[in-house]
Design a protein around this ligand. Structure first.
Ligand SMILES: [Zn+2]
Ligand SMILES: [Zn+2]
Length: 345
């Protein structure tokens, strides 16, 4: 009798501990599922939050990573044969399918999801994953696998937040944090007709931001008052601020950047609290909203925009799967011109 074939998987053992490379059984797809041979998995800051215990959904000993692209290499019962060998990106919410959120496609808000690959069930820092066929979004042939993988979180998250902000042509949009999500958001806002200001830490990323259509960049390392810098560029302030850093300093600066009726969309978080006085909201009628993940439709939209060349998701570097520690520490250090992507080959 031959031994069960195994694959590499990088798993959370416990929060605050390094992820561990393990040999685990290659999964077999159940009815309605497919197996994806993973070709690329992006490294998201959320992976660090899981590692650091900042995001803890209670599960242990599962494979992390949720920006997954690959090729379908096995079909469970009931999956049409036309899907075999298709290149796909994986949608990482598997909602209950029945709650008021799932019913309208807001699976990212499902209170009782069946699974969340990379968050609480096996994800993409591995050679293979099994997911429901419905969670696979087909990729156009010409799209690069690593760039497509990052659409699985960074790109679709940007589309979700961009749609939520209801940006109008001519709006001033500030992106505070020009990382993986921020750079895609900048392009989304630009394509809607907004005027985009990206706040970053200068260097290579500033050039990249301009090449992606950002009108102004502000180097936070050389600017003492970010809100003042935004007001100097916009006159009355920003219509929309996308807040990707989540530090107290950044949140306060974001509030101060808004014009009357301006809206701040929160996407980033740290251990910091956010405090504001009610009058900060009342007299200027500003609003603050959170944005989490994406719907399946947001991911389809992100892949369509990528496929048509309307939006790019820059890849900073591609590393072998075994170099996950290096990829994570570079992501933690920050300032990368795009995403780190692990290539299991
Ligand atoms: Zn993510
Ligand atoms: Zn649900």
């Amino acid at each position: 009798m031959s031994a069960t074939p195994t694959m590499r998987a990088i798993q959370l053992v416990a929060p605050h501990k390094p992820f561990q490379l393990r040999a685990v059984a290659i999964p077999e797809p159940k009815a309605g599922e497919v197996r994806v041979k993973i070709r690329a998995c992006g490294v998201c800051r959320t992976d660090l939050h899981i590692r650091d215990g900042l995001l803890d959904l209670g599960r242990r000993d599962f494979t992390v990573g949720h920006e997954i692209a690959g090729t379908i290499d096995a079909l469970g019962d009931g999956c049409p044969s036309a899907w075999m060998n298709l290149r796909v990106v994986v949608y990482y919410y598997i909602g209950c399918g029945h709650c008021r959120y799932c019913r309208v496609g807001d699976e990212q808000l499902c209170p009782h999801p069946k699974a969340q690959p990379g968050f609480s069930s096996d994800g993409g820092y591995a050679d293979y994953i099994t997911v429901p066929l419905r969670n696979c979004v087909p990729l156009p042939d010409h799209v690069d696998m690593a760039e497509a993988a990052t659409m699985g979180c960074a790109g679709s998250t940007a589309v979700h937040a961009g749609r939520m902000a209801e940006i109008r042509p001519g709006d001033w949009v500030v992106i505070n944090g020009a990382g993986g999500v921020g750079l895609v958001l900048a392009q989304y806002a630009r394509n809607v007709g907004a005027r985009v200001i990206a706040i970053g830490r200068g260097g290579e990323r500033e050039k990249l931001a301009h090449s992606l259509g950002v009108e102004h960049t502000i180097d936070a390392t050389r600017t003492s008052d970010l809100a003042e810098a935004v007001h100097a560029l916009t006159g009355e302030g920003a219509d929309v601020v996308f807040e990707l850093l989540g530090t107290r300093e950044a949140l306060n600066a974001g509030m101060a950047m808004l014009r009357r009726r301006g809206r701040m969309i929160l996407l980033g978080y740290t251990t910091d609290d956010f405090q504001a006085h009610p009058i900060d909201f009342i007299v200027r009628e500003v609003s603050v909203r959170g944005s989490v993940g994406a719907t399946l439709d947001d991911l389809y939209e992100a892949i369509d925009l990528l496929g048509r060349g309307v939006m790019r998701s820059p890849v900073a570097a591609r590393l072998p799967l075994d170099a996950f520690d290096e990829a994570l520490s570079q992501t933690r250090h920050g300032g990368l011109p795009g995403r780190m992507v692990l290539i299991p080959e």
